[in-house]
Design a protein around this ligand. Structure first.
Ligand SMILES: NC(=O)C1=CN([C@@H]2O[C@H](COP(=O)(O)OP(=O)(O)OC[C@H]3O[C@@H](n4cnc5c(N)ncnc54)[C@H](O)[C@@H]3O)[C@@H](O)[C@H]2O)C=CC1
Ligand SMILES: O=C(O)C(=O)Cc1ccc(O)cc1
Length: 294
């Protein structure tokens, strides 16, 4: 039998993403033992029952002992304290990665913990795949198939470590790309973080209107499509919004300006402006959907 990619993988945060990664690697046969870690012991017991992990510890320091691979799968706001807790216990040469939706904040946290040079095995990552659900029960092995995973290696990251993290994700069926943390955060502020904030904000507005029961009763399919992501985990999005502050504020300012212009066009009865915006947006989205289905 060939050597597994990772002999012992510690996953800290066995929820939707950590659990799906463990399931996918189990199916692909890329890993020997999987040790889970988290704060919620009930979730970890469930993960063992489901066969997703082999064993668990609620102590991150203990969980990473002897692990040649470590994946941090918690909300981004928890990552600094986890890196701090595991730092003295990491095995020599261990590969360390994460799945956080923001990358600049994770890199900054790692520098605060490790100093100006992070360990050569540290290669931050972000799978561009998920759902509005959370917790280990929501995890599934196919989540990453044909989806992108972005890696943001640091100048000091070892090429072999980057290759190992890439190989791990490719085992799950994902397509791996690399970029800088800053570019990552700008792209995902626009395509993921802003849409989540808009969905939360719209549903909040409607939920606090006096006539809200009436409004939700008559909401149609478009409302459901647009607002699915407002059912996402509030704590996770709290962390992302604060962690990607600068890029998010920039794209929010741009969006506020465009929305204001649309308001003015409606007020002025400027149908040409509306048709121009709607047509350009439809073309852009149709093109994006066609490409995504290729
Ligand atoms: N939900 C999604 O669609 C996606 C999420 N992500 C990122 O993946 C990460 C995890 O998200 P999900 O799996 O959706 O969340 P989740 O809520 O399903 O799982 C997070 C897990 O981390 C554990 N946890 C939380 N704080 C902890 C701490 N201080 N110490 C140890 N364990 C802790 C929780 O008990 C839970 O088991 C986040 O950083 C998120 O930004 C990335 C891509 C998609
Ligand atoms: O539910 C959806 O459609 C998502 O967009 C999931 C998601 C959430 C956060 C990410 O960083 C990446 C993907």
């Amino acid at each position: 039998m060939s050597e597994p990619l990772v002999r012992r993988l510690a996953i800290i945060g066995v929820g939707l993403i950590g659990g799906s990664l463990a399931r996918a690697l189990r199916v692909a046969g890329g890993v020997g033992e999987i040790v889970g870690c988290g704060r919620d012991e009930g979730q970890l017991v469930r993960a063992v029952e489901l066969g997703i992990i082999d064993r668990y510890s609620t102590d991150p320091a203990e969980a990473v002992g002897g692990a040649d691979g470590v994946v941090i799968g918690t909300p981004v706001g928890a990552m600094e304290s986890i890196l701090e807790a595991i730092r003295p216990h990491l095995a020599d040469g261990a590969i360390i990665t994460d799945v956080g939706s923001t990358k600049g904040s994770v890199v900054a946290a790692a520098h605060r913990v490790f100093g100006s040079r992070c360990p050569p095995g540290f290669v931050p990552g972000h799978p561009i795949a998920g759902t509005e659900r959370n917790g280990v029960e929501a995890s599934f092995a196919e989540l990453f198939q044909r989806r992108r995973v972005i890696l943001t290696p640091l100048p000091e990251s070892d090429a072999g470590a980057t290759a190992a993290v890439r190989a791990m994700w490719e085992k799950t069926g994902a397509v791996v790309e690399t970029m800088t943390p800053q570019h990552h955060d700008e792209v995902f502020a626009a395509t993921s973080h802003l849409p989540h904030l808009l969905a939360y904000s719209l549903v909040n507005t409607l939920a606090t209107l006096d006539e809200k029961v009436e409004i939700f009763r008559y909401a149609a399919g478009g409302f459901r499509d647009f607002t699915r992501i407002a059912s996402s985990n509030p704590r996770m999005w709290h962390d992302i919004s604060l962690a990607n502050r600068d890029a998010l504020l920039k794209v929010m300012d741009r969006f506020e300006g465009d929305l204001h212009q649309m308001r003015q066009a409606i007020e002025a009865g400027d149908g040409d402006y509306l048709l121009e915006v709607f047509t350009r947006a439809k073309e852009a989205r149709d093109c994006f959907v066609d490409k995504a289905e290729e």
